[in-house]
Design a binder for this molecule. Sequence first.
Ligand code: CP
Length: 312
Amino acid sequence: MPYNACMSASSRHLLTTEHLSVDQVQSLFQRAEDLNGKYSPADLKKILLGQFVVNLFFNDSTRTRISFEIAAKRLGADVINVAIDRSSLNKGETFLDMLQNIQAMGASCFVIRHPETGILKELAPHLRIPVINAGDGNNEHPTQGLLDVMTMRRHKKNINGLTIAICGDIAHSRVARSNIPILLKMGAKVRVIAPQSMMPPNYFGGQVQSFTDLRAGIKDADIVMMLRIQKERMQTDEVPNEREYAFHYGLDMEKLKLAKPDVLVMHPGPMNRGVEIDSAVADNPKHSIILDQVSMGVAMRMAILEWILAGK
Ligand code: CP
């Protein structure tokens, strides 16, 4: 079977948002809305009855792992959370052997978070069952990208023409890398804001506007998405002084006034309050939709699991 990085009939892996069409994205949004509100719990449970979703998280996670588990269980699937540190990887087994063995037991799909950029793209062609990327290194976090844009669309109705400012550690952000292809295809104007040290060169081939000044970058924005500093992916000498970073790149109510009056604030989590975002912004009922993102995470992951496992 030829490797296909997107979800398609020939290969149902979801490793990136890069190849998703606007129609596929819109279908997922609609299906997530339906699964979130139009079914009784008993009817939802019939959708993936008898399927086994296997979670393998090599890095810490709260939102992604738990929302995949809730989404799968709502649809009737069984969920296995593999305790990586108690697995036979410790006895010298390769990761691919481990996956092929779990596949041989009858698993239906893998949800994997791994620190190595690109590892899932290498392994997926050697597996018969689908792989969902729950974050690989600095690369992508496609289910987060989909749930983020779905949350934006719920609040703003139309993504086309919106100015969306993504601010923080762009260089190490798989969230930004998975949001941007969807946003560009849907007609948004995307800005990225970061200190020079956290700004990749020629990011998205010039399709996004780059700023090193937060105030200039969020001016008249419709949506501001804040990102934390990904210290775990930096060398010690790359980690900035938090107080200095917060002064220049922390979003507070005074800076937020430069954006549109009805600006929405997002954050994929986990937040570092007082560093990239002030509590007055994060908890602001008029502007913050951060917990809506989390709720939509369950809805979107139900739609993704159904699409991948039930072929809908
Ligand atoms: N947004 C996100 O990936 O959060 P977790 O690391 O808690 O899963």
